[in-house]
Design a protein around this ligand. Structure first.
Ligand code: ADP
Length: 508
């Protein structure tokens, strides 16, 4: 635990609530692993600190073992013991914190959605810093993510830098400004932060409520680097319409705020080696894609009568952000146009889940449509491989990974031009974009007409211009959505922050 090898690269520690594939709810989990691996490959020492959830996929953690140390961390006026486990996930060293707190914080059968999430994750943020301090680690960068670990930024500067843990600069990434984790100001005191000092308009006070604190705002104010997950989304959240109440704060701190487009883990998402598929395939040998389409139809009981019938997929959390009304509309419009439709999605919102369960029941024996209302990664892989098109009609989309995964599997995205979709999907008919970047079908207005236009153009190309479609499939499969260029951008941001810190230290 005490050993940190000497090396020339940076020492980066991610403190996060998710990490794919062991503890993944959405894109955040993919980013921690994908960015971490890419930076490790570039010669940096990357470590991750996660809660030790009961519901993790333990079989995917290598060499999991408990360490012979106990870390005590402060909460609600007293010290609690934490057991520390280590293991390797996708080649990255990970520390898992298991609190011995009567609240059984990470023993709930789910990652989020508990009434005491603010408590659970403020406890975890503090325990993670305590682990770094007591282990004697001297990271260059501590990278925290989303509101769950946003507490790390004020905790670091207010409590841990004075204790001597001052080697690091803090990088905070917000993966979605919709989720800010605000709470009554008094709750902040539990993890040892000073409520009076922080519940001020220029610090952690929520911009729309004077007696609430906002962890995301705190991280924007207290971090050295603030990023979000695409350049377009970074612009959108600086406007009153898109900022979810934080646009003024982001504008104040615009100089340290950057949008960096996420990549995808191209080893984990690779149709040439994906063992879940019926047949592996690549851009140089795409016949296998048709066989996967056939296999999925058989598995789901869809008609296989017409091999040239377009198959439209949708893989998503069913939440308002994702344009649920357009997803529902897409099902009916696809059938009207003579296509087939498969939805894989689940919803944390009870009325949306119920609505889609009703629709799923109506279509349970339909020859051309199937709705699967669950989270199932192996099935998602079959759908990415089998589909001809994937719809992503989001109302807003910080980055979005499904359009990139789809393209890796030769599936053409039909996406609304917002956030990261605007930075990664370019319409085949858009002459203002160089031909080599055009890779899908896009629309602007979040209504049925807008969506129909894109879907109908896609169907028309698919049916009337098979050669064009085949070339488009090969082209999108060869596009580079790996972490390489984004990891290089993060590396640059980290290095600049570290050299500024060194220059400041030399000056004092
Ligand atoms: P978000 O993080 O907002 O959910 P992203 O597009 O950034 O959206 O990431 C979604 C990730 O979750 C992708 O890897 C996608 O394949 C996966 N995913 C979403 N819904 C499901 C589901 N029902 N089953 C399996 N995987 C899913």
């Amino acid at each position: 635990l005490l050993y940190s090898p000497e090396r020339s690269g940076l020492h980066v520690i991610h403190i996060a609530a998710e990490m794919a594939p062991v503890a993944k709810v959405g894109g955040l989990g993919d980013v921690v692993t994908g960015l971490g691996k890419a930076l490790q490959q570039r010669g940096h020492l990357v470590e991750v600190i996660l809660p030790k959830y009961d519901c993790m996929q333990y079989e995917l953690i290598k060499d999991l073992r408990v360490l012979d140390v106990v870390i005590e961390s402060f909460f609600d006026g007293q010290l609690f013991e934490n057991r520390i486990w280590t293991g390797t996930v996708e080649g990255l060293p990970v520390y898992f914190i298991e609190p011995h707190h009567p609240g059984n914080f990470f023993w709930r059968g789910q990652f989020y959605g508990e009434r005491d999430d603010f408590k659970r994750f403020s406890f975890f943020s503090r325990a993670a810093l305590e682990l770094i301090l007591q282990a004697g680690k001297k990271p260059d960068i501590i990278h925290c993510h989303d509101w769950q670990t946003a507490f790390v930024a004020p905790l670091y500067w207010d409590l841990y830098a004075p204790k001597g843990l001052n080697s690091a600069r803090i990088c905070f990434t917000c993966h979605n400004f919709e989720y800010q984790g605000t709470a009554p100001a008094g709750e902040l005191g539990s993890c040892g932060l000073d409520v009076h000092h922080l519940n001020r308009p220029d610090r952690m006070q929520d911009n729309s409520s004077h007696d609430r604190v906002n962890p995301i705002k705190g991280a924007i104010v207290f971090s050295n680097i603030v990023t979000t997950v695409s350049p377009t989304y970074a612009q959108e959240v600086r406007t009153a319409e898109g900022g979810k109440g934080l646009h003024s704060t982001l504008n104040t701190y615009a100089r340290k705020f950057v949008g960096v487009l996420n990549g995808i883990d191209t080893d984990a998402w690779n149709p040439a080696s994906d063992t879940f598929l019926k047949v592996q395939y690549s851009a140089f040998d795409i016949d296998g894609k048709a066989q996967n389409k056939e296999a999925l139809k058989r598995k789901l009981g869809l008609s296989s009568a017409d091999v040239r019938q377009p198959l439209v997929g949708c893989i998503t959390r069913l939440v308002p952000q994702k344009g649920v009304h357009l997803i529902r509309h897409a099902l009916y419009r696809t059938l009207e146009l003579g296509g087939q439709f498969v939805l894989l999605g689940s919803s944390p919102v009870p009325h949306i889940q119920r609505e889609f369960e009703d629709i799923a029941n109506q279509f349970q024996n339909h020859e051309h449509a199937r709705l699967l209302l669950k989270y199932d990664e192996s099935l998602s892989r079959l759908i990415y491989a089998a589909s001809d098109m994937l719809i992503i009609p989001s109302i807003f989309e910080p980055c979005g990974l499904t359009q990139m995964i789809a393209m890796r599997y030769g599936t053409i995205p039909i996406a609304r031009k917002t956030g990261g979709l605007n930075d990664s999907v370019f319409d085949v008919d858009d002459d203002s974009v160089p031909e080599e970047f055009r890779n899908g079908f896009t629309f602007f207005s979040a209504d049925e007409q807008g969506f129909n236009n894109a879907l109908e153009r896609a169907f028309s190309y698919y049916r009337n211009n098979g050669e064009f479609w085949q070339q488009l499939v090969e082209k999108v499969m060869k596009m580079d959505f790996s972490w390489n260029s984004s990891a290089a951008t993060y590396e640059e941001l980290y290095e600049k922050a570290v050299s500024r810190a060194r220059a400041a230290n030399r000056a004092t």
